[in-house]
Design a protein around this ligand. Structure first.
Ligand SMILES: [Zn+2]
Length: 110
């Protein structure tokens, strides 16, 4: 009989209680849900690739563009895990590059 208000657009909250955003430093992924085996390669390679400390937004961008697979020690399973965490944080809902991938509600038929 308890009605729990479902919040579909609720963003993923990580360890210290704040919401995972693109502006978060990379370390926030470790306190989110990412395993060390996925986080450590990012933590080692991205600052070197970018020439500066990486953010969650960098990971999102590189993931969307398919560059993360070039990061050493990141296989398909790790990439899937990273994608899941980013999805839970609602970070992958950026505007798609290909307009055909835009998802609209199906037009109602009568
Ligand atoms: Zn954070």
């Amino acid at each position: 009989m308890t009605s729990q208000p479902a919040e579909p657009s609720e963003r993923y909250q990580h360890g210290d209680g704040h919401t995972l955003t693109a502006d978060c430093p990379l370390q926030c992924l470790a306190t989110a849900q990412l395993s060390a085996k996925s986080f450590n390669p990012l933590n080692h390679e991205l600052p070197w690739l970018l020439g500066r400390p990486a953010t969650v937004g960098d990971v999102t961008r590189l993931y969307l563009y398919g560059y993360l697979r070039y990061v050493r020690h990141l296989g398909p399973r790790r990439l899937g895990e990273i994608g899941l965490v980013l999805t839970l944080a609602d970070l992958l809902s950026a505007p798609p590059r290909d307009p055909r991938t835009t998802t609209h509600a199906p037009t109602p038929r009568s």
